[in-house]
Design a protein around this ligand. Structure first.
Ligand code: ADP
Ligand code: ZN
Length: 748
């Protein structure tokens, strides 16, 4: 090192505001200690801005550090973000190869980073001490309004809002009292409470069965000594009472003075789970925070600060709730941990379940991953001894698992002579039979809209989206063709745009067409439909589920929105109209998804006193996902699927990352990826597998051409560091975007 060399201390600061800009500043000499997560004021062009310190570092003189401006001042020496969360953020940046600016936007929501969403306050008045009776008597004579305030404060005080005392006239009286030193005017924080108009009747803990008791004991042990315990896989069949175990574990955790996070796949799809938590903890309702995407900026600001201040100690939310700024975290629960919605599809492309395990390790806190069909990654971690497992093998009240019958739709299609076979004979009579008995039916179809696509019967032309290479879906209600990816709409042509034949017709079917058919076949049945279209109206999902629960509806028809977490005792039949829809997509997880979807949907049947039956219609009755689901055999399925994954080097045996190039100009998108591919290949480290660049299965999306390549390696970090390093030496055309998705879930 050079003599007299003084390294400059510098900080990377993320500027508040929606644009996610981060700049280097030198640290002023007056600031002796600066932790990542601290809030600072900085000069920015001609103004002053505020921001968050992402990291601190030292720079030598060669790096032209003299041009670094010092930041203006430290707003608070205490970091706004805890050291654990900052470490978690640094881990995400490294593992997923994401810029720290992107990571911060999930750790510190924009509403919290911005000055303008400050606490909402209202004027309040407070007694400075006990009221002297003589003074009070004197005020009663001379200023009855002031006396009234003193009375109210002694009776209901010590702090009352001016608004509750009579508004502006009360303010004048209170000011007069303040002059006499009798009261003090303050600003009281008002919570913008998203749940303000809801009340819940408190529910009591249920008497656990033996398996549940063992599971709870195991969780309690982990809460007591998190660093001595592994993450726990709570593997329980549908209806085995996992949620009840979660509830009691959270209760135990709170009683130990600790806090808890409950992750659910998508809050809108988990209304029953959320309601059960709210009801169980109704007596401490203000300690429960529900984080969902419908919160206003102000509500989000308030909830975030309530959590950070320890006022809310249970946080329920989708994947981003893993960043909840809870102190003294004791327990993290990941419900339906196999769900792919835990993976974020924009940068930073993190996986909520994996971060739960990591945060649990860092805090330390107990981690519980619950599922009837654990992700194969999770199951493999249990097999290798990284996770402990507790199982719930029985349904509550020892109900038997529903009988699953598989119908071969190729045979049915022959009967229908080419027309769409939607409802098999078997399923139709089964539905009739339930309707007669006054029992309820769920029909499941994983496709919304009226029909899949418009296809010419003569030349085979299919109407496709002009921006994405996907067939357009026909929606009958507004007689439109809609692209389910980008929302593009078109008027359906009367004849084939290509060969001009008038024989263009609807192919396949969606929920709306099935609904129309059901009305014809079962004219007296009361029917309701749930899919992304019907759920768009506010409260539609909740209201429909409520009328189904109160048996005002006989047949509930829906997409995967009704697949999980719902509990209806009077449902004795579940029909899966087309089990194959998920199978024919270019994705190695397609089989796993189908298996778990069938199992979850089947789990909706027979959840009460009555026995359940499931009818699965499929064109591939012998596929392993259908057959193992039919026999309720998770382990059998996992065993053969893991063998396949190992043989072909897929997760969980290798990590897989996808690099995608996007550009409105096809050649540039392709060329950029080819250049990257060449560079990656030049010095490819041993242990990384690289595929050739190719068009994405979805070649065009939102008007952009897409090309992709994949990398595989036993170490994910190894891949992301290598890709980052190679990218850093590459200059790409400005209109080309390259994205890296580590542990990818989507291959379209
Ligand atoms: P899972 O989450 O495993 O699908 P749930 O927790 O939803 O199962 O339980 C299914 C139903 O059984 C719920 O209505 C729940 O209230 C009830 N239940 C759970 N545990 C018990 C118990 N120990 N005794 C009685 N009923 C229970
Ligand atoms: Zn489109």
């Amino acid at each position: 090192m050079l003599e007299g060399f003084q390294p400059t201390r510098a900080a990377l600061v993320l500027i508040d505001g929606p644009s996610e800009l981060a700049f280097d500043y030198s640290i002023p000499d007056t600031v002796t200690e600066l932790k990542p997560g601290c809030r600072v004021r900085v000069p920015l062009r001609n103004r002053e801005a505020t921001g968050t310190v992402l990291k601190t570092f030292e720079v030598d003189e060669d790096n032209a550090t003299h041009s670094l401006k010092p930041f203006t001042s430290l707003i608070d020496p205490e970091p706004l973000v805890s050291a654990t969360l900052m470490n978690l953020g640094a881990w995400i940046a490294d593992y997923y190869g994401a810029p720290m600016e992107h990571v911060m936007r999930v750790i510190l929501p924009e509403s919290v980073r911005q000055d303008r969403h400050q606490e909402k306050t209202r004027k309040a008045v407070e007694l400075t001490g006990p009221v002297d009776p003589e003074v009070l008597a004197e005020r009663e004579k001379r200023a009855p309004k002031q006396a009234a305030i003193l009375h109210a404060l002694s009776a209901k005080g010590p702090l009352l809002a001016i608004a509750d005392l009579g508004g502006s006239t009360a303010l004048a009286s209170a000011k007069a009292l303040e002059k006499r030193g009798l009261v003090k005017l303050t600003d009281e924080a008002v919570r913008r409470d998203p749940e303000a108009d809801e009340t819940y009747v408190e529910t009591q803990a249920l008497q656990l069965n033996e398996e549940q008791s063992i599971a709870l004991a195991c969780l309690e042990k982990a809460i007591d000594a998190p660093s001595e315990n592994k993450p726990i896989l709570l593997h329980g069949v549908t209806g085995s009472g996992k949620t009840e175990v979660y509830l009691q574990a959270v209760d135990y955790c709170l009683k130990q003075g600790k806090s808890a996070i409950v992750l659910v796949p998508e809050i809108a799809l988990a209304p029953q789970t959320v309601q059960r938590f709210k009801a169980r903890f109704a007596s401490i309702a203000d300690q429960v925070a529900i984080l969902h995407s419908h919160l206003s900026q102000g509500e989000r600001f308030d909830e975030w600060h309530r959590i950070r201040q320890g006022k809310a100690r249970v946080v329920i939310g989708a994947r981003s709730a893993i960043f909840a700024p809870l102190a003294n975290l004791g327990l993290i629960i990941v419900d339906e941990e196999h769900e792919s919605s835990y993976k974020q599809e924009t940068s930073p492309r993190y996986h909520g379940r994996d971060l739960a395990v990591l945060r649990g390790h860092m805090e330390p806190a107990a981690v519980v991953l619950g599922s009837a069909t654990p992700a194969l990654e999770t199951f493999a971690n249990h097999q290798s001894g990284k996770y402990d497992r507790v199982t719930l093998t029985q349904r509550v009240d020892a109900q038997s698992m529903p009988i699953i019958r598989v119908i071969d739709m190729k045979m049915e299609a022959q009967k229908h002579k080419g027309g769409d076979a939607i409802l098999s004979e078997r399923l139709r009579t089964a539905v009739e039979n339930r309707l007669e008995k006054g029992e309820q039916v769920i029909l499941f179809l994983n496709r919304r809209g009226f029909a899949r696509s418009l296809q010419c019967g003569k030349c085979g032309y299919v109407c496709e989206c002009t921006h994405c290479s996907l067939p357009l879906t026909y929606h009958r209600t507004d007689d439109r063709l809609i692209c389910h990816l980008c929302g593009y709409q078109a008027i359906p042509p009367k004849k084939c745009p290509d060969c001009k034949d008038p024989g263009i017709r609807l192919q396949g079917y969606g929920t709306q067409k099935v609904e129309a058919l059901l009305h014809k076949v079962f004219p007296d049945a009361r029917m309701a439909r749930i899919d992304a279209d019907s759920a768009r109206k506010k409260n539609a999902l909740r209201d429909t589920l409520r009328s189904f629960k109160t048996q005002k509806v006989d047949i509930l028809l829906g997409t995967q929105m009704i697949a999980k977490g719902l509990h209806f005792p009077n449902v004795t039949l579940v029909g899966i109209l087309n089990a194959d829809l998920g199978l024919h997509v270019p994705d190695f997880r397609a089989g796993e998804r189908t298996f778990s979807l069938l199992t979850q949907v089947a789990g909706r049947a027979g959840r009460g006193e009555l026995e359940g039956e499931v009818i699965v219609q499929t064109f591939t009755p012998h596929s392993p996902s259908v057959q193992f689901a039919r026999h309720h055999d998770y382990e059998g399925y996992a065993e053969q699927e893991l063998e396949f994954r190992q043989q072909f080097g897929f997760p969980p045996y290798q990590h897989i990352a996808v690099v995608t190039s996007r550009c409105t100009h096809e050649r540039r998108a392709e060329f950029s990826l080819e250049t990257l591919h060449r560079r990656l290949k030049e010095s490819l480290p041993k242990g990384i597998l690289l595929t050739e660049p190719m068009p994405s299965p979805l070649v065009r999306s939102h008007g952009q051409y897409r090309f992709q390549l994949t990398l595989r390696s036993p170490s994910a970090r190894y891949i992301s560091r290598y890709v980052q390093q190679t990218l850093a030496q590459l200059t790409l055309p400005e209109d080309v975007t390259l994205t890296l998705d580590v542990d990818a879930y989507s291959f379209s």
